[in-house]
Ligand binder design. Structure first.
Ligand code: ADP
Ligand code: LRH
Length: 491
């Protein structure tokens, strides 16, 4: 029996976790060692991340592993996309990193589209237009914070930055680099064209490395702080969604799509190369870099953020509900009472999510939800209807016929949403694993360390190691009517 241990440090916008993964004869066993809440801070009118706080939490997880005395081969950090840290040789950080929802990108976004044009930016990057993208934050830095930018040597996206704090090697792993909208997926280089057009300092752009690159051992300082010795740091898929897609337990073939379901809903397919054309631009789909040179062709849509923010609002009113309770309440609520369009820009960063949802319903002449159960039902049904629309677009844009939808991530724990997704899309839904991101992270490490050979073998290992629940499509007439109602909601 051969057995190897790896550590995944998986950072989502809602929580972070340190997971110990053991590969025993091709099967992976997970143990969650440390979990901590994550979220942005509002400071002086801006939204920021406490990245050093996250670093401390990750080290606390590593200390717990070191205390067990197990031998660990390697570790890797993955995180949400787009955000970054500016630093130089002398200063580990020259400004508090912004959270992508900060409103400072509104003007730079419009200016960039006007000055250079959607067509050019899309041709260079193949990336979906969103105000959250790094490109618009860096333009905001050039315009508003030239002094800060002036003292920075480099930027690194969040997971790459934490890998750098762990091992001292600064590099940009391609999956996370692609979320910046400054990476050219055809040339597989930073887009020099966009860097020049937007007068971004060239020196800021780190060296790119492929997914699965061994960066180096932990620094002496980290070894001393954590007690872990002889551990390699690996840039796996630094982008959480990239790691999650690598761990989708699909059989080889072209008949499946994935939905990585967490704070965001990322729905798409894996393609051998980027798909960059007028229709894709028009429908605003994205081509993010995937493991092994693949393309994650997907749509980035507002996901369970709608529920997370509603839950925070209820908490402020003294109503404390966990996700299991919320799901139970939603299940008991009236079907299709009110439907929203999750893509509406107002849901991106509202000050109060429930009242924003209620306003949308009133404006569209539907009853406003009143109870947490009604809100949650509205959110789940609306998300499922949006998934169905996007799956249709994916079929149309790629020419593929999709019959299976794999849902992975924290959101796949919602059996109600899984069933709704099956009903709305008319496809069979395969739910799980919940920790796909950490699993992808761990098993890409296994490939880098020579313990697994390929992405196909990685997926076979996921299929062998975790149980997957199937949801068959039901109530097609009712959901067909709801889809028509949803189509009429565009405001
Ligand atoms: P992220 O990585 O973006 O922080 P996760 O993948 O951890 O997000 O997913 C978090 C979401 O999963 C929560 O916002 C919630 O909607 C859903 N979720 C978490 N736990 C449960 C549960 N027990 N039942 C149903 N849904 C859950
Ligand atoms: C999901 C995610 C998504 C986007 C967003 C900013 O956690 O990584 O793919 O990039 O965060």
């Amino acid at each position: 029996m051969t057995s190897r241990n790896y550590i995944a440090c998986d950072l989502g916008a809602e929580s972070g976790r340190v997971i110990l993964g053991t590969l025993v004869d091709g099967r992976v066993v997970l143990e969650e060692i440390h979990r901590f809440p994550n979220g942005a801070s509002r400071i002086q009118g801006s939204l920021r991340w406490n990245v050093l706080g996250i670093f401390e939490e990750l080290k606390a997880g590593l200390q717990k592993i070191a205390a067990r005395g197990v031998s660990v081969s390697s570790l890797s950090v993955d995180s949400w996309g787009v955000d970054y840290v500016l630093f130089n040789e002398r200063q580990p950080m020259v400004a508090l990193p912004y959270q992508y929802r900060d409103s400072r990108t509104a003007k730079p976004y419009e200016m960039a589209l006007e000055q250079v044009g959607r067509e050019k930016i899309f041709a260079e990057t193949g990336i979906q237009f969103m105000t959250i993208n790094t490109l618009y934050h860096l333009i905001a830095d050039v315009q508003e914070n030239p002094d800060v930018l002036g003292i920075a040597d480099q930027f690194l996206t969040i997971a790459d930055y934490l890998n750098y704090l762990f091992c001292g090697v600064a590099s940009a792993e391609v999956s996370l680099a692609s979320t910046t909208q400054m990476y050219n997926p055809v040339a597989r280089q930073w887009s020099t064209e966009l860097i020049e057009q937007f007068h971004l300092p060239k020196r800021l752009f780190p060296k790119l490395v492929d997914s699965g690159t061994r960066l180096g051992p932990l620094t002496e300082e980290v070894e001393l702080n954590t007690g872990l010795r002889g551990v390699q740091t690996i840039a796996t898929c630094s982008h959480d969604t990239g790691a999650a897609v690598a761990a989708v337990p699909a059989e080889p073939g072209e008949d499946w799509a994935y939905l990585s379901s967490g704070t965001w809903s990322l729905i798409g397919v894996e393609l051998p190369e980027p798909l960059i054309n007028e229709q894709v631009l028009e429908q605003n789909f994205t081509n993010e870099a995937g493991f092994g040179g693949t393309t994650r062709f997907l749509k980035n849509i507002v996901g369970l953020w709608l529920l997370q923010e509603s839950r925070r609002a209820w908490l402020r009113q003294g109503v404390k509900l966990d996700y299991t309770q919320i799901n139970d309440l939603a299940e008991k609520s009236e079907p299709f009472r009110s439907i929203i369009h999750p893509d509406d820009a107002r849901f991106m960063s509202p000050t109060d999510m429930p009242s924003t949802i209620a306003d949308f319903c009133r404006e569209t002449e539907q009853p406003a939800p009143e109870t947490p159960g009604q809100f949650a039902r509205c959110i789940f049904e609306s998300l499922a209807l949006l998934y169905a629309d996007k799956l249709d677009s994916i079929q149309e844009l790629t020419g593929r016929t999709i019959s299976k939808l794999h849902i992975v991530g924290g959101g796949s724990q919602s059996r109600l949403l899984n069933q709704f997704a099956a009903n709305a899309t008319g496809r069979s839904v395969f739910a799980g694993p919940v920790e796909a991101t950490a699993i992808g992270n761990l098993l890409i490490q296994a490939i880098s360390m020579g313990d697994l050979s390929s992405l196909a073998e990685l997926r076979a290992s996921v299929r062998d190691s975790f149980s997957i629940e199937t949801f068959k499509s039901e109530n097609s007439a009712e959901w067909g009517n709801a889809r028509q109602r949803f189509a009429g909601l565009r405001m």
